[in-house]
Design a protein around this ligand. Structure first.
Ligand code: AMP
Length: 282
């Protein structure tokens, strides 16, 4: 496995892979890799000849009061894990190279980015789209793998790729969970013991929704209010939103049905966690 930090060198390597007829998959990450990321890398490895994993804590997707400075960084550990999962090239560029002082372009997807997390994290998806578009230009992958864990993010990326004819196949990879159901996240490390126990209620509320749907309930308002009640019963939780939307367009729906994504963002203590399920899919 190779580690590349220079953009010029990454472009050169990517160009020669393409010319050699190799299929290239990109897995964009911010590092602090866990089993969720590794499942994306394995998916990429199964679908392509060469797997590039980018590790870049992207400053433009963090708000001023968010955790950019304290976000966990450990390139050596990440490299070992990525390699074992099937990564061929780690691309770990510097912030100043990705965003030189002269850079003036932002990629902005409207509509989809204004709801759910976007309503509470202004500018977040502009940062995500800008960095992903730039990574696509540098690596020129045939396909890129994203986690369903960030359900809004993957829908926004799919829109961007279609609108700009980027010609990259976007693969959605299922959410990987801890044994008790908590969705894996680099931010779970911030939770205290009590918060970690309370955090399980996020998935429990989603599971409850799936079982109510399975039993024939179609009234979204009722399902969401039951979820809200379960989450609010825990001491350390503070709900930011619970929403029922079409998983691809992110438009609100009134009735529960196949392809509806129930998504939530909840503070557990000071840590903001997100999770979702797609009805009829799991
Ligand atoms: P991040 O490093 O948090 O930006 O995440 C990089 C990629 O890993 C994104 O596409 C995420 O959706 C995905 N990811 C993070 N956690 C999980 C998880 N628990 N299961 C599946 N994919 C995940």
């Amino acid at each position: 496995m190779e580690t590349v930090t220079s953009i010029v060198e990454m472009k050169r390597a990517a160009g020669s892979l393409r010319r050699g007829g190799r299929t290239v998959a990109l897995v964009p990450t911010m590092g602090a890799l866990h089993e969720g990321h590794l499942s994306l890398i394995r998916q990429a490895d199964a679908r392509a000849n060469v797997v590039v994993v980018s590790i870049f804590v992207n400053p433009t997707q963090f708000g001023p009061s968010e955790d950019f400075d304290t976000y966990p960084r450990d390139l050596e550990r990440d490299s070992e894990l990525a390699q074992a999962a099937g990564c061929d090239i780690i691309f770990a560029p510097e912030v100043d190279d990705m965003y030189p002082a002269s850079s003036a372009t932002r990629v902005c997807v409207s509509g989809l980015t204004e709801r759910l997390c976007g309503a509470f994290r202004p500018g977040h998806f502009d940062g995500v789209c800008t960095v992903v578009a730039k990574l696509f230009s540098i690596v020129r992958p045939h396909l890129a793998v994203f986690g369903q864990k960030d359900g809004q993010q993957v829908a926004v990326i799919e829109r961007m790729v279609a609108d700009l004819e980027m010609g990259v196949e976007i693969v959605r990879s299922p959410i990987v969970r801890e044994p008790d159901g908590l969705a894996m996240s680099s931010r779970n490390a911030y939770l205290s013991g009590g918060e970690r126990r309370d955090a399980v209620v996020l998935f429990e509320s989603l599971k409850h929704a799936v079982s109510r749907y399975g039993a024939g309930e179609r009234n979204v308002e009722r399902i969401v209010s039951e979820m809200r009640e379960m989450i609010e019963a825990k001491e350390t939780t503070d709900i930011q939103y619970i929403a029922a939307v079409d998983a691809r367009t992110l438009e609100d729906v009134d009735d529960a049905g196949e392809g509806v994504m129930l998504a939530l963002a909840v503070f557990v203590g000071k840590t903001r966690l997100i999770d979702n399920v797609i009805l009829g899919a799991e």
